[in-house]
Design a protein around this ligand. Structure first.
Ligand code: ADE
Length: 259
């Protein structure tokens, strides 16, 4: 990542920071801490407006998959005037050093199931000329900082969580087999992409934010290695690990942004 400056909400003209959670368990603790909480139903979803550490925020659940996450993102921008979007969720680790219990802050996002070839190059989002959308560098740096501070002292399986930064690949499937993971990762590598994690929403939110010119960054807790046991103990991991990480990370992030 270039530069060293952190994200300042003033950069987005003091519009609320949208915090998109993939999982209800991650969001629950944030809603509990929300000051002046107001819940608004819109587009079949619930949006929570209020303040965290004095910072205006709007909280929502992304729902699962690229279209659902894109719809939620557009609603956050059009209806709730979000000035930036931060995403927390879980992902399957596919980078060689990315282990369960680590976190990945995305610096770029690719859709591993996008293939309009031969009309457009593999992975390119038609009519954008882009295959990967970059995270906002300052917001991603702030998220890395929040991870380092927020996860201090925690351990998973006897080891402190590592904070990785790199490419996240999104697609409309839960990757749950070694052969499937290999084929996704090998094909991406063949086209010059080196993914650290796979999930089902990030690249869609990144594309929406790119279209609207809004800062976007995401952090994913690694819940599995996208192999044949990827689904095992998923609910327990979300409850006991991922939701704890997400709440600590967001607490540090909003503290830092609120100044
Ligand atoms: N989210 C968490 N683990 C995942 C996986 N293996 N594939 C897609 N999304 C995920």
């Amino acid at each position: 990542m270039m530069g060293t400056s952190l994200y300042s909400p003033g950069d987005s003209v003091r519009r609320p920071l949208a915090i998109l959670s993939a999982l209800a368990e991650e969001q629950a603790g944030l809603v509990e801490q929300l000051q002046g909480a107001q819940c608004v139903s819109h587009a079949g979803r619930e949006f929570w407006q209020g303040q965290l550490s004095g910072l205006p925020v709007v909280l929502a659940l992304s729902r699962i998959g690229k279209v659902a996450a894109a719809t939620t993102s557009v609603a956050l921008i059009e209806r709730f005037a979000a000035g930036a979007i931060v995403f927390t969720g879980v992902a399957g680790g596919v980078g060689p050093r990315v282990q369960v219990g680590d976190v990945v802050v995305g610096t770029g996002y690719v859709q591993h199931d996008m293939d309009a070839s031969p009309l457009f190059p593999r992975y390119q989002i038609p009519l954008t000329g882009q295959t990967a959308f970059a995270a906002d560098a300052a917001l991603a740096r702030s998220l890395v900082f929040a991870c380092v501070v927020g996860l201090q002292g925690l351990q998973h399986a006897g080891r402190a969580p590592l904070v990785h930064q790199g490419l996240i690949a999104s697609g409309d499937r839960f990757v749950n087999g070694l052969a499937e993971t290999r084929s996704i990762v090998d094909a991406l590598r063949h086209h010059g992409h080196e993914p650290l994690a796979v999930e089902m929403e990030g690249a869609a939110v990144a594309q929406v934010c790119h279209d609207y010119g809004l800062p976007f960054a995401a952090v994913r807790t690694i819940s599995d290695r996208a192999d044949d046991s990827a689904h095992v103990d998923f609910p327990a991991f979300v409850r006991d690990v991922a939701s704890v990480y997400a709440q600590r990370i967001i607490r540090e992030l909003v503290r830092a942004l609120a100044g």
